[in-house]
Design a protein around this ligand. Sequence first.
Ligand SMILES: NC(=O)c1ccc[n+]([C@@H]2O[C@H](COP(=O)([O-])OP(=O)(O)OC[C@H]3O[C@@H](n4cnc5c(N)ncnc54)[C@H](OP(=O)(O)O)[C@@H]3O)[C@@H](O)[C@H]2O)c1
Length: 529
Amino acid sequence: MATTASPAAAPAGPAPNPLRAGLRLERIAEPCTMVICGATGDLTERKLGPALYNTLLGGFLPPEFTVVGFARRDLTDEAFRAHLLDGINKYSRNRPAKPSIWESFAAGIEYHRGDFDDAAAFTELAKRLDRIDRDRGTAGNRLFYLAVPPSLYPEIIGNLERAGLAASGEKRTTGPKHGWTRVIVEKPFGYDLASAQALNHEIAAALDEEQVFRIDHYLGKETVQNLSVFRFGNGLFEPIWNRRYIDSVQITVAETVGVEGRGEFYDGTGALRDIIQNHGLQLLAMFAMEPPVDLSAEDLRDEKLKVLRAVKPMPPEDVARNTVRGQYVNGWVEGERMPAYRDEPEVAPDSETETYVALKLAIESWRWAGVPFYIRTGKAMPSRVTEIAVQFRRAPLALFSRAGVPQIDPNVLAIRVQPDEGILLRFGAKVPGQGLNIRTVNMDFRYGSSFAVDSPDAYETLLLDAMVGDASLFTRNDEVERAWAILDPILDTWSSGEGGPLHFYGAGTWGPPAADELLERDGRAWRRP
Ligand SMILES: NC(=O)c1ccc[n+]([C@@H]2O[C@H](COP(=O)([O-])OP(=O)(O)OC[C@H]3O[C@@H](n4cnc5c(N)ncnc54)[C@H](OP(=O)(O)O)[C@@H]3O)[C@@H](O)[C@H]2O)c1
């Protein structure tokens, strides 16, 4: 497929306001301070440090930009900078760090030692931020990133409020009466509907909803952002994006890894909560939503919420039929031996936690009535892949079967979210030569080869979005709660023992046979990505 990209035309006339939420033009952050709570943890080392470095390298951070790392460990500023640099040199897509760039970045990095349950540490933090505003010109703009387990959110947010650090601008009781305060929170957002509501309630006691940025890093990936452009920027696809042309949709989020040392967390969580509640249902909502009135964050999120509200909650008697849960036993993944899930450290030897789940969901709307949405996710799968595959209805007339050609495979449009971000269309074509043979072929668009630039990492996109105040790729409180409302009946039925058995599958396979039967019953089959 010829997919050479032409450079975007420069906008004519006066430059639009690049800070307007929803306009995804190239944007530069305002001067601000980013406080990373949990700055010595894994997420900071692997994702946040490299994302900030690449954002700076791309020219999107102003010279005043300042980072304050906040954690318990006793570190000097120098040791914390060395820790961040180490992470950048190990994990950044541009590495190693360029000395001149790093030096200018490092001059704006500080470390604040303290315990999140110590109110005095936050009072000291407030003084530090005031001093940074004065010395570095950060204009009272503060972004707090909660890179900590969710159990610590209430404590941190409560202490931010008590230290006068939660409010923005004029609402502040201490510090500058100008500038904004925003807070990014990591997943998981709750454990079920009740805990998500309680968490949202605690957050809402200290922060306005527009200050809260709930991150789901899948939404920062190029292909997911491109879904709107693909559907609403082209005349070709939207007219067929409905029950008249689409037979079914499959969403796959497959990981090759096991629990990677997070056995205790995972054993209390499972695949449904860890992946489907956030990434799975967000991909579904982005795929299935109606065209928004405008590209503003609120309009986009209103449309996503409408999809989630139209997903039919499963009655308990349907759970065993429409869900499959599995757990891996030992096997081989990408040439490496993988122990059984129950043999992983910190996993109960009789654990019933699912490491695989497949679901059949229905969206009760005019657009999607009758179109099944199959969603699956698993650990220890044969390959790491996230994609949305749309299977179209067959041609109404099997014209070529009269000429002895076997039935042609249905057309498939596969939207690859990772790896090899891109879009693939499968259709039947005549094999060259005499006689009539038809074979399925691919038209394949890949970001990597079509554009001469690297895609930013999702965290780069999302951090910059939060700095410019664009919440369109972050999840709103009502979306989170609605996602739990869809999954709670499944979780409850599983734990009551009525939701069907836990199936076992070998590591390195595509899940238990029961998941294949879920589709075979409907005359369909999973795509092998
Ligand atoms: N790691 C990932 O790739 C990843 C991916 C997606 C989402 N997440 C989410 O991101 C969050 C952070 O994960 P993580 O893997 O980075 O966690 P982590 O490695 O356990 O780091 C936790 C951080 O919090 C600090 N901390 C914990 N308790 C504290 C306290 N009472 N007072 C002050 N500091 C305290 C720790 O500081 P000290 O060590 O100095 O005590 C450390 O810096 C979690 O919500 C996780 O689910 C992580």
